[in-house]
Design a protein around this ligand. Sequence first.
Ligand SMILES: O=C(O)c1ccccc1NCC(=O)[C@H](O)[C@H](O)COP(=O)(O)O
Length: 309
Amino acid sequence: MSIRRRSPAPAIVVASQVYQSASSEAKPRHILEEIVWHKEQEVERQRQQVPLKQLQQQVAQAPPTRDFVAALTQSPHPVSLIAEVKKASPSRGILRDPFDPVAIARSYVAGGASCLSVLTDERFFQGSGEYLRQIRQAVEIPLLCKEFILYPYQILWARSLGADAVLLIAAILSDTDLGYFLKLIVQLGMAALLEVHTPQELQRILQLPQLEEAKGRVLIGINNRDLKTFTVDLNTTRRLLATYRDLLAVPGSGAAHPHVLPVVSESGIYTAADLQQLRDWGVRSVLVGEALVKQPDPGQAARHLLSSH
Ligand SMILES: O=C(O)c1ccccc1NCC(=O)[C@H](O)[C@H](O)COP(=O)(O)O
């Protein structure tokens, strides 16, 4: 089922395999579509408050980028951790209240996280761009802006706040957008976490010609959560890793570039046993939110998880 967009991405030819357009009276069919439709309007308002020229000036004054991919792949831990600063989610409601994003971020650093993911969406996750800005001033490790990116404007916004990496969700972006956004991310000195949930999405991202010039700046994120139904299944990682190995092994089967991209398993990771299972399947990096942020001491929970396998 493709994602319907209310308004087309500006200045970009919209490829039809992902988008269809929805009339203004239509109802969203699932949470991901609801988030996308809300985001379109939100970014429109943001653009009016901070025009592109002004945003570009803010980008020029942003702190230098840190190497997100190296921090993960050169971690001393057998499985490196992106720890998520997440107050709430559509599937689980409020996860932590009161919520002090900077204290949580510092705690994660003390607990051995290699990178942090900061949810900036306000409506559905009770996050904020301000959290990202404050965390950038408080910690040294690389930061991922966890957003529903639909427009280049949002990538510049993430950089202006100090993000070192952004999330690109294949389910809500056309190939044209993915390629163009990847180019922009590289120009800004950032990295991209390209998120997939199905073999088809994996095949799509592996065929992007822009991967070649983005070498060293791209990670594949396998999301164990189906963002349309909220179902979480760690076997998604096992299945997609198998697909990935198959695609890499067969010349011309879809993987247009020869290098192996690091993989991050995301969502639904709660226990030492989950981590061990992922490690046995060959995973070397994970992204964990709920299991850590709900604990009284999130950093201690991170340390415990990292030393448990
Ligand atoms: O977390 C959700 O409920 C959710 C719903 C709809 C779209 C995205 C959603 N989550 C974004 C994420 O990818 C997770 O925050 C992240 O992978 C951490 O997951 P978890 O460890 O399960 O908190």
